[in-house]
Design a protein around this ligand. Structure first.
Ligand code: OSB
Ligand code: MG
Length: 389
């Protein structure tokens, strides 16, 4: 178990020499449906970062094919990384991942997922260079983390009940149920019946409601859910505050929190009581650490979300979720939840008590990347190097 005092805030880096972008397509074992869209096959943007000393690390961009969750897409990220992120980092003397984060801020609005893909890869590189685990480098303290499952909107509430039952039997510590108007209260009531209560259940609306739904949303309070995630607009804080004042169920914000300033605003406005931190959504791990530290000071619970990542993206999420402030189960499902075969070895697994082991004993991101398989799955690639800048 690493000592938190060993946490190295300024991990050392050598100048980046090359970033390789690759798109792969991974079929999901079952479709994933949320209030704003549906995925059957995940288009995934993978990055390989190589530094001046020849050290390499893999990272993953969490953007999806369409802008239904966030304004970013895998195609916008590819373009932004090529045109605006890479020129700010390739060949530059940036001594730490935090310096990379800082270099991506001035006069560069938004594009959190594009920035995060490179910034997170720099954390992977720093861990690799120092021969330490990413979790240890970030200051992680938990050797195993609690896992929650995220269940997409099912064809019927019977299907949902079977999924909830299966998830609890498998050991999952939290079951998140995707909802939309017309598929909410009834589904949730039945799920509570199957689960015995709402105490391990939560709902995620992905912005499907508005303030005129307050009377309807107040009925959720009878269920005793752990929380309701992002009921209102994807970029809203004020209206969530108005809703939270009329709900007992804690609101958890996902889409609306894109940096530490937004987290502070959430607290100031009372927009929610819990934050789902996804490093890809907030511009990377430096920003995630800032949000984590703020929430710890203010006693706001946080947990680590997911974006249907492959085993590479999961590695970064697992490392982050090992930090002490992550007190609620994370959406860090094992590989088999989404993929018939992952692109890392060993695959991510969950024990029957619903825990994933944090690989503190392995340097870097803690899993081997199956490069041969990735090459077979690659549909396009591009090399960005110092010479081309
Ligand atoms: O809102 O948390 C979300 C997946 C894609 C887009 C948005 C969300 C999700 C999930 C999946 O809930 C969580 C996971 O990766 O297991
Ligand atoms: Mg969400």
């Amino acid at each position: 178990m690493p000592n938190p005092d060993d946490h190295l805030p300024d991990a050392d880096l050598a100048p980046l020499h090359r970033i390789t972008l690759r798109e792969i397509r991974l079929p999901l074992v079952e479709p994933f449906v949320i209030s704003s869209g549906r995925e059957d096959e995940r288009r995934i943007l993978l990055l390989t970062l190589r530094d001046a000393d020849g050290v390499e690390a893999w990272s993953e961009c969490v953007a999806m094919a369409t802008p239904n969750y966030s304004p970013e897409t895998i195609d916008s990220c590819w373009q932004m990384i090529r045109q605006h992120v890479a020129p700010r980092v390739l060949g530059k003397e940036l001594a730490s991942p935090q310096a990379v984060h800082a270099a991506l801020q001035p006069a560069f609005r938004g594009h959190w997922m594009a920035k995060a893909a490179v910034e997170m890869g720099c954390w992977g590189l720093a861990a690799e260079r120092q021969g330490v685990s990413l979790a240890g480098l970030l200051g992680g303290t938990r050797e195993r983390i609690e896992v929650g499952i995220s269940l997409g909107i099912q064809p019927s509430s019977d299907h949902l009940c079977r999924k909830v039952e299966g998830a609890l039997e498998a050991g999952y510590r939290k079951v998140k149920i995707k909802i939309r108007p017309g598929r909410d209260l009834d589904d949730l009531r039945q799920a509570c019946r199957v689960a015995g209560s709402g105490s391990h259940l939560m709902a995620d609306a992905n912005s499907a409601y508005s303030l005129s739904d307050i009377p309807h949303l107040r009925q959720f309070d009878d269920l005793g859910l752990m929380m309701i995630e992002q009921p209102l607009a994807w970029d809203d804080l004020r209206q969530h505050g108005e809703l939270q004042r009329q709900l007992i169920t804690p609101i958890c914000l996902d889409e609306s929190i894109t940096d530490v300033a937004k987290a502070a605003d959430m607290v100031a406005l009372g927009s929610g009581r819990i934050i789902n931190i996804k490093p890809g959504r907030v511009g990377g791990l430096s920003s995630s650490l800032e949000i984590h530290d703020l929430c710890r000071r203010l006693d706001v619970a946080v947990w680590c979300g997911g974006m249907l990542e492959s085993g590479i993206g999961r590695a970064y999420n697992v490392a982050l979720a090992s930090l002490p402030g992550f007190t609620l189960p994370g959406d860090v499902s094992p590989s088999a939840r989404y993929w018939s075969q992952d692109i890392v070895t060993p695959e991510w697994t969950m024990d029957d008590t619903g825990h994933v082991q944090v690989p503190f004993d392995r340097p870097g991101i803690g899993v081997e990347v199956d490069v041969e398989r990735i090459e077979q799955l690659t549909v396009r690639s591009e090399v960005l190097d110092v010479a081309s800048q």
